[in-house]
Ligand binder design. Sequence first.
Ligand code: C2E
Ligand code: CA
Ligand code: CA
Length: 663
Amino acid sequence: MAGSKKPFKNYNPVKAALQVSLAYAVVGMIWILFSDKIMHDILIRDPFALKMSTIKGSLYVIITGILLFVYIMRVLRRIQAADQALLKKNEELIAIDQELQEKIKELTESEERYRLISEATNDGIWDEKEGKRFFSERWYEITGYTEEDIERIGDWMALIHPEDIGKVRQKLSWHKQNRDPYYECEYRLKFKDGKYRWILSKSKLIFDHKGEIIRSAGSHSDITDLKISQERLKGLAYRDFLTGMPNRISFIDTVTEHILKYPDKKKALIFFDIDNFKHINDTVGYLVGDQLIIAIGQRLSSLSDANKSAYRNSGDEFVIFIHEYEDIEEVENFTRQLIRIISQPFVFSNYTLNINISIGIALYPLHGKDIDTLFKCADIAMFEAKSKDRGRYIFYHESMEAEFKERMLLGNELRGALERNEFQLHYQPQLNIDTGEIFKFEALLRWHNERFGNVPPIKFIEIAEETHLINPIGDWVLNEACSFLKELHKSGFSHISISINVSIIQLMQHDFVYKVIETLKRHQLDPRYLEVEVTESVFIESYEDVREKLELLSSRGISIALDDFGSGYSSLNYLIEMPINTLKIDKSFIHSISENFEGQTLASMIIMLGQKLGLSVIAEGVETKDQVEYLEKLKCYNVQGYYFSGPVPREEVFNLLNREKIL
Ligand code: C2E
Ligand code: CA
Ligand code: CA
């Protein structure tokens, strides 16, 4: 190489010319001295001729020597100039050479770095120009393809998953429009083995003045494993831990996505929860409660198909999403099927649970066009279903909104009602129409609120149950009734009993029996004068627990009355199994006495059933003379109703008792 050669040696051209000329002169002089002419002149011994010949010869030598010197000088000077130009060129060449060496070194280093990065990141690198894409070796290694494969395939984009190609094109067009040089996209790419793998494509795009991509380069990273773990995480986030069902997040996502994708299809949300689940949990324990939730999840899964998906919303709340329906009947039929499936007893090792659910249904787009509105509507409808007969389903209706609001407001007011002393007890007499004597009073709760005025129990008892406020309120009733009873006894009406209404929520309290006994003791009352009224529904909730508690009360002498008998559930087993003393025949049967013959027959059958079982029977809601006469005929002497007296405040009770006979 040029760099390895030595530069031209420096020399002095004058010195060199002189040396050559001197050598010539010496040789010339010698030659002249020994020339024929000089020799001849020496031989002829002509000093003048010799002198002249020597001068001539010397002159000749000197002149030619000078000419030679000048000539050599010029030649050497030229050579020297050329030499120096060459030297300069040489230096330039060396500099270029060095620069080149550095560039090569740099290039190899960056290539090495590139390769290292590509290997370390496991990325395949590509470069695209004029529609032709070049892939790095690593890319071929990762994908399994060879250059020939890609050439044969032609358009490499054909390898992108059909579901992703739209997304890729969309992204590219977005970048084109915005001239954003940085592009990033995740999609599936078919590898040589025929399987699709997830690729993260990152690239830098270069645009021409028209906004067309003229060149691009980037990397492909295989992110399949990352995607799988992401999916797994997503799966965890979307699954309910207890039941393994899709959860609320999944529900919201699915419904939102469906609304977006198929805005014209009718859809339905069926939302439900278990009636009194809290109490089931309190009685049978959380483990059985959990088992119940899991079992419900399993039953719901059996109802799910491509068009219906079931989710656990939270706690005891579930929701079923019907992706599309044609006819409202489809939704109703499905809901009835749901009720049937859930009504089947749930059998666990130590317990058999029968549950009721309350169902609210919201329809898209009729009731709402987004998930929030739809869910709110379904919730309101469910709330409504709860306030109606249990085990019912109700479609959302605008009118519910006002009712829902009122219930919320009532609930808020109810919270402070005890402290504000807003409750009062009224007492309705029970008498014997044979003797005309009052023997018992049923304590009935009255609520007077500043904002809502007199609120009937039918409106607030349920809210009190739902909010569990019925527990402190019920304690107040028990205490108040006992205190009044004591007063009655002290006033000479010592034969009078008091009956209080007790809700299932109260019965579920573990210390309920203790509270009753303790209150009686505090007021120094004989338990025989207290009656506890329960409805048939309490047996449905938690049979064993209720039976135990009622038996305990009964064993202490407290009497148990079954309220609204005949209005609810069909099983009559509990009439025998439960420690019931009194049957309170529901007012609907008493009213039917006045209606027709069938009504009378029904009433008489119900009354006779109680009598045959040896229970004390009392007719509720007696309003007319013909009802009284018919009851007399049936020997059903114990009655309660407006015909004699409605519920009255405590002061009036004394008036009623002071009358000789109420009849
Ligand atoms: P209930 O236990 O069946 O009480 C009898 C209801 O019938 C009372 O309504 C009473 O005023 C009404 N009634 C009495 N005689 C007649 C009649 O001849 N005809 C008609 N149509 N109705 C009559 P009220 O006081 O509005 O109570 C409604 C319900 O609220 C009660 O039904 C009971 O389930 C509940 N309730 C009342 N007080 C309490 C309470 O202290 N605790 C609990 N847990 N529930 C209570
Ligand atoms: Ca009652
Ligand atoms: Ca009743």
